[in-house]
Design a protein around this ligand. Structure first.
Ligand SMILES: [Zn+2]
Length: 307
């Protein structure tokens, strides 16, 4: 017999689901269906929008890609427990640092470098623009009072596993990896920003079609909640102030996220394969705006976690 606390929970394809009414009661949220497939849930501070059979939810105005689709069971929306625990709770009930455990040192990781050009679109190389954005961001963060370091400060090749290792040795409190995207010349209309954080253990990555569902824990999983909150605050700040379409907070076991010993996120800051977006990426004025948005996201994260 199910106990009171777990009544109504069920498993499907090995994933535990929790009825939203039960979760809402326990966490002082209200909820209602707003159409046949759309549910809203809200409290004084947070609003969530779910779509039946979809992994895409909207959390306080930001798209978040869940690990499992939302289900409708007997007229009640049900959310996978892993998503409640690792995607929703870290944002609506942020994890707090212990006193004196402050964010002082940020390491910026400009994607690619040297023989690794990253995406090539026409004559343009991703590695050049990740470094330029990193330099702009570093300058702004130093002005805001942080100690800043870089995994590379010039056009040099740095192996992926070396990057989180450098962060650890330097005692960085946050790891921010910068990249730009490409969808190929046939998909020049694809646009927008996505921020990735480490996939929780036993969950699927966003683009992996179920891959890694049995994956165990890596170093990066020690900070599941903070990784999510950081990615969410970055996505929110970038989509609200740098004028990029919101493609959502996503999950991936990228090497730099997997091995990071501190909260970490990887920003795909727009598509070089989209001519309008490429123009922004190649412009110093826009990169300045983008760096400000990232710095704002870090400030919001810090405000949420510091005691
Ligand atoms: Zn890249």
């Amino acid at each position: 017999m199910a106990s009171g606390a777990s009544a109504g929970r069920f498993f499907t394809f090995g994933k535990e689901y929790v009825p939203l009414d039960q979760w809402a009661r326990a966490n002082s949220f209200q909820w209602k269906w707003v159409s046949k497939n759309e549910t809203h849930a809200w409290s004084g501070w947070s609003k969530m929008q779910f779509t039946t059979d979809s992994k895409r939810m909207v959390l306080n105005g930001v798209n978040v890609l869940l690990s499992e689709p939302v289900k409708n069971r007997d007229g009640v929306p049900c959310i996978a427990n892993i998503d409640l625990a690792t995607a929703i709770t870290p944002v609506v009930f942020p994890p707090k640092h212990r006193a004196r455990n402050q964010i002082k040192h940020i390491i910026i990781d400009p994607g690619h470098g040297g023989k690794d050009t990253g995406y090539l679109v026409g004559q343009e190389q991703e590695k050049k623009y990740t470094l330029l954005l990193a330099q702009e961001l570093g300058e702004q963060l130093r002005k805001a009072g942080y100690a800043v370091s870089f995994t590379r400060a010039s056009d040099t090749f740095v192996d992926l596993p070396v990057r989180p290792e450098l962060a650890r040795r330097r005692g960085a409190d946050l790891f921010i990896s910068l990249h730009f995207n490409s969808a190929g010349y046939k998909s020049s209309s694809v646009s927008g920003v996505e921020v990735y954080c480490m996939t929780p253990q036993r969950a699927s990555s966003t683009n992996a079609r179920g891959e890694g569902g049995n994956s165990g824990a890596f170093d990066g999983n020690a900070n599941n909640a903070k990784n999510m909150l950081l990615a969410y605050q970055l996505q929110k700040a970038i989509t609200h102030t740098a004028g990029l379409e919101d493609r959502g907070v996503k999950r991936a076991r990228f090497a730099v996220l997997r091995e990071a010993r501190m909260p970490a996120a990887l920003i795909e800051g727009g598509f070089m394969s989209n001519p309008a977006e490429a123009k922004k990426i190649y412009s110093a004025a826009w990169r300045k705006q983008m760096a400000t948005a990232i710095a704002n996201g870090i400030a919001s994260y810090r405000k949420a976690v510091e005691p």
